[in-house]
Design a protein around this ligand. Sequence first.
Ligand code: CTP
Ligand code: MG
Length: 251
Amino acid sequence: MSDEPRTSPTVRTAAVIPAAGRGVRLGPGAPKALRPLSGTPMLIHAVRAMAASRAVRMVVVVAPPDGAPEVRALLDEHSFPERTTITVVPGGETRQESVALGLRALPADITSVLVHDAARPLVPVDTVDAVVDAVRDGAPAVVPALPLADTVKQVEPDPRGGPEKVVGTPERALLRAVQTPQGFDRATLVRAHETVAPDGEGATDDAGMVERLGVPVVCVPGHEEAFKVTRPLDLVLAEAVLARRRATDGF
Ligand code: CTP
Ligand code: MG
C-alpha cells in the first residue's frame, strides 16, 4: 500500500496560486509573495508545496497585475519537479478577481482545481493530498480546517472606532478556521466565479462562493503549518518552521 494519492486516469488536477496581493498588513516592502523566507521567496515555497503532490500536474501562478514578467523570471531561476508545468498570468485588484483570472488559464483537460494562497508557503504535502483525495472521492468542494484556539465574538463595529458592542458568541466547538489549498470540481468552481458577484472587497474564500450556489462543502483536517503569513510576527514563525524542518529532516 502506498500513501500517495491514488492516480486516476479521469481526474486531472491543477493548482491556482493567487499571489497578486500587496501584503499591506505585513508592512511596506515588495509584494508579499515575493518577500523572502529563509532566503527564498514565499511564492517559490508555495509552488514547491503544490508541486510536491504527485497529483498536481500544473500550477498557475497569479502574479501582481504589473509583475508577471518578473514572476516568470523568478520561477525560471528555481527548480521544480519535471512533471509540473508552471504558467504565470497577471492578477487583479481583489483575490476573487485574481482567482478568476487564474481559472481562465487552465487547459481544457483539467477536471479538478486546488486554489492555494501564496501566503501559505509551508503547507505540508499530506494536507494537499488529503484535499486532492477527497475531491477524487467525489466531493465537489473540500477545505482543510482546524478548530479554533480563541473564542470568537460577533460585534457591531463602531463607526467612530469606540468600543464595539458584542452581539453574540458562537459555540467555539462548532467553528473551524479554514486554510488552503481548497479543492474543487473544476466546473463547480468556475460556475461559482461566474455567478457570484463580488461584494465589497470580493470573496476571501472560494469555498464560500461555492456554498452560495447551494453545493455542499466539506472540511478535512488542516495543519498548523498551513497558517497564512499575514502580519510581521508570522514571518518569524515561518522562519522557525523552516529551521525546524532543516534540523529534523535535512530539508
Ligand atoms: N491575492 C491576490 N490578488 C489580490 C489580493 C490577494 O492574488 N488582489 C492573494 C495574495 O497574494 C495571497 C492570497 O490572495 O496569496 C491571500 O490574501 P492575503 O493574505 O490577504 O494577502 P494580501 O492581500 O497580499 O495581504 P493584505 O490583505 O495584508 O494586503
Ligand atoms: Mg488581502
